[in-house]
Design a protein around this ligand. Structure first.
Ligand SMILES: [Ca+2]
Length: 318
C-alpha cells in the first residue's frame, strides 16, 4: 500500500512539473532565436539573395510538382509579370505544331540550316542535340558528363557554344560532329545564350545581360533589362531576332522583347495556354526555348519536357 502511495505521489509530481520544464525550455529557445536570427539559417547561402535560383525548378521536377510552375500566379513587374499596359502586350497564333521529345529538359534552342540544335539540362540528363524540325527526330546527340547541367546554346561560325548552369564552364563544339574543341569559364551562373553578329549575349537569371567577345569569351559590355525603370529579373533562354533580344522569363509564360542598346523592354508576349492542360504530365516544366529562322521568318517556342514545339506568329493584344 505504502509503495503504491509513493508511486502515485511521484506520478502527480511528474504531471505537474514536466509541462513547466517544457514551457521554460521553449521560452529560453525563443529568446535565443530572437537574439540570433541567423540561427534559423542552416545553409551557407546569403539570406538577402532575392534572385530565385533554378534549384526550385529542379526540385519541383524531382518531386513531380512541376505542373504547379505553369499555374504560378502572376507576379510583380520586377520579377516578370506582364504589366497592365495593353500597348506593350502581344499574344500569339499557333501556325504549326511539331513533336518534341518530352524527355528533353530544354535550356537552349536554335535553328541552323533547317535543323534545330538543342541543349538540355538536369544533372545526368544534359545533352547537345541536332533535331529534325518537322518530326522531332534526334539525328545527333552528345551527352554531358553527369556533373554538368546544360544551359543556353548558340552558334558562332562553325561552332556550337553551350553554357552550363552552376559549373561556370562553357563548351565549344564542332558544329559538324559535336567534337569538343574548346572550353571557357565565367564567374556567374549560365542560363541563356545568343549572339548579335558581333558578341555572344548571355543571361544568368538576373536582369543583367552580358556581352562576350566570341573569340576570347571575355565580357565586353553588360546591360540591365528594365521595364519603366524596374529591373526585369529571371531572364532565361535568349534569341536575337531582327535587332532585338527575345528572352523567356523563368517560371512565367512570358517572353520579353528587349532593346539591346538600352535594355528597355519593348513589349511583353503572353504565351499562357499555348500548351494545353491535357498535354501536360507530372514532368512538364515551364516555357523555355525560342528559336528563329531568319531565312523563312519562322519563330518557334517550346518548354522543358514539352511534347511539342510550336511555330507561332506574334499578334498585338486586342
Ligand atoms: Ca534560343
Amino acid at each position: 500500500m505504502n509503495k503504491n502511495k509513493q508511486d502515485n505521489k511521484k506520478l502527480r509530481w511528474l504531471i505537474l512539473v514536466l509541462p513547466l520544464v517544457i514551457l521554460i525550455g521553449v521560452i529560453i529557445a525563443v529568446q535565443i532565436m530572437r537574439k540570433n536570427p541567423g540561427i534559423e539559417s542552416t545553409s551557407g547561402e546569403p539570406t538577402t539573395h532575392n534572385i530565385p535560383t533554378k534549384t526550385i525548378s529542379v526540385q519541383s521536377e524531382l518531386t513531380n510538382d512541376a505542373t504547379q510552375d505553369i499555374s504560378t500566379p502572376k507576379i510583380t513587374p520586377s520579377t516578370g509579370s506582364i504589366p497592365e499596359d495593353l500597348s506593350t502586350q502581344m499574344t500569339y497564333e499557333v501556325i504549326q505544331t511539331y513533336p518534341h521529345d518530352p524527355g528533353a529538359f530544354t535550356q537552349g534552342l536554335i535553328i541552323h540550316e533547317g535543323f534545330f540544335y538543342e541543349s538540355t539540362g538536369l544533372y545526368g540528363q544534359s545533352s547537345l542535340r541536332k533535331v529534325v524540325i518537322e518530326s522531332g527526330e534526334v539525328l545527333q546527340q552528345s551527352d554531358l558528363p553527369s556533373e554538368y547541367f546544360g544551359e543556353g546554346l548558340t552558334i558562332w561560325e562553325d561552332n556550337l557554344v553551350q553554357l552550363t548552369w552552376r559549373e561556370n564552364v562553357g563548351f565549344v563544339y564542332d558544329l559538324a560532329d559535336f567534337s569538343l574543341k574548346d572550353q571557357f569559364t565565367y564567374s556567374t551562373e549560365g542560363w541563356g545564350l545568343t549572339h548579335n553578329g558581333s558578341d555572344l549575349i548571355k543571361s544568368d537569371g538576373s536582369a543583367t545581360l552580358f556581352f562576350l567577345d566570341p573569340e576570347t569569351y571575355q565580357i565586353t559590355d553588360r546591360i540591365t533589362v528594365t521595364y519603366r525603370n524596374d529591373p526585369v529579373n529571371r531572364l532565361n533562354e535568349l534569341e536575337f531576332i531582327n535587332g532585338e533580344i527575345f528572352a523567356n522569363i523563368w517560371q512565367t509564360d512570358n517572353i520579353v522583347r528587349i532593346d539591346p542598346q538600352t535594355g528597355n523592354v519593348l513589349s511583353w508576349i503572353d504565351l499562357a495556354g499555348i500548351l494545353a492542360e491535357d498535354s501536360t504530365t507530372a514532368n512538364t516544366d515551364v516555357l523555355n526555348g525560342i528559336a528563329y529562322e531568319a531565312e523563312t521568318n519562322r519563330l518557334f517556342v517550346t518548354g522543358k519536357n514539352w511534347p511539342f514545339v510550336f511555330e507561332i506568329r506574334l499578334v498585338p493584344q486586342s
